[in-house]
Design a protein around this ligand. Structure first.
Ligand code: NDP
Ligand code: OXD
Length: 308
């Protein structure tokens, strides 16, 4: 059993130590170490090149270092290779913090106060109770559900939208394309936590965002490819939308001359909503390799034909 690890060296050092202490039967290599490519059965990577994939004739599983797998070039991956995304508590904890920060900032008018401060303007805005601010999450997976659970105690009316039906206590759940417009009509704050697939690329566009109530705000922590940038700019400029928190853009990094940087109603963060935590992720990976070796289902295995 041999794993090749090709992501950042700092995490690699932590992983190597955990593998040595807790799973010494699994060989742990990085590309700088001499190794026979034919012995590699598992690859842990963020965006492996087609050349690297082609050089591993006995690859069985590609493990993503992160929650997303849209960065993989699936056309370079032989059909029998299984793909597993990362589900570990550090990613969910980071996302919960980021989305809570963004929802509370929007709910408490932080964008307006940031603007007022620039002009030394003392301009209080009447408080709106949380019970009157409807929050909706696109994507009811691992992260969407963690975020909804964290938002519940504030008292926001909560809703969610996913591909297949879900039943989550305290959340009005909608499913499928035909339910999208009804869902959007109930979101004063819309949070995107979808994976990027052929079906979801460009989903945050004028056609869909126009169904949000007037004055609604957007939080995109999914992928930059979900958003049609020009549509967001024109909906903000028309005052149909009141603000946006964007953690993800396309491309990344966002070019220095991009209009998002200077827009007074947009808050940009550089894809930092959450980060894979090295220690917990190493243990999740070891557990998944053990499950696979035992013929059991792996946590986070992706349906390759579905794209997530
Ligand atoms: P999951 O796979 O657990 O959940 C995905 C959810 O999206 C599911 O509820 C799924 O529906 C829903 N979905 C997928 N396709 C559609 C569709 N066509 N229409 C409606 N709903 C759809 O993913 P995670 O929660 O773990 O992660 C979500 C995404 O968050 C990642 O793919 C990544 O892009 C992003 N991310 C961003 C980070 C950041 O730092 N900004 C960090 C980590 C992740 P169903 O339940 O019916 O299958
Ligand atoms: C991830 C990410 O997918 O950091 O984990 O975006």
């Amino acid at each position: 059993m041999t794993l090749l690890y090709t992501s950042d060296p700092e995490r690699g050092r932590i992983w190597r130590a955990i593998f040595a202490a807790e799973a010494s039967d699994i060989g742990f290599f990085d590309p700088s170490q001499p190794h026979d490519p034919a012995t590699i059965r598992y690859l842990a990577a963020w965006a492996p090149s087609a050349e690297l994939i082609a050089s591993l004739p006995n690859l069985e599983i590609l493990f993503s270092i992160g929650a997303g797998i849209d960065q993989f070039d699936m056309s370079a991956l032989p059909p029998h290779v299984r793909v597993v995304r990362m589900i570990e508590p550090g990613i969910a904890a980071g996302m919960v913090e980021y989305v809570t920060l963004a929802v509370l900032s929007l709910h408490r008018n932080l964008i307006d106060y940031r603007e007022a401060q620039k002009d030394a303007r003392w301009a209080p805005i009447k408080l709106k109770p949380a019970g009157e601010r409807r929050v909706g999450v696109m994507g009811l997976g691992n992260l969407g559900q963690a975020v909804l659970k964290a938002l519940k105690p504030f008292g926001f009316p909560l809703s969610g939208w996913s591909r297949s039906p879900h039943d989550i206590e305290g959340v009005t759940c909608h499913a499928g394309e035909t339910a999208l417009h009804d869902f959007l009509a109930t979101c004063d704050i819309l949070i995107c936590l979808l994976p990027l697939t052929d079906e979801t690329r460009g989903i945050l566009c004028r056609k869909t965002l126009s169904h949000l109530p007037s004055g609604a705000a957007l939080i995109n922590a999914g992928r930059g490819g979900h958003l049609v940038e020009q549509d967001l700019l024109s909906l903000l400029d028309d005052h149909h939308l009141s603000g946006a928190f964007l953690d993800v853009t396309e491309p990344e990094p966002l070019p220095a001359d991009h209009p998002f940087w200077a827009h007074p109603r947009i808050v940009i963060t550089p894809h930092v909503a959450s980060m894979t935590r090295a220690d917990s992720a190493a243990r999740v990976l070891i557990a998944n390799i053990r499950r696979y070796e035992a013929g059991e289902a792996m946590d986070g295995e992706v349906a390759r034909n579905r794209g997530y």
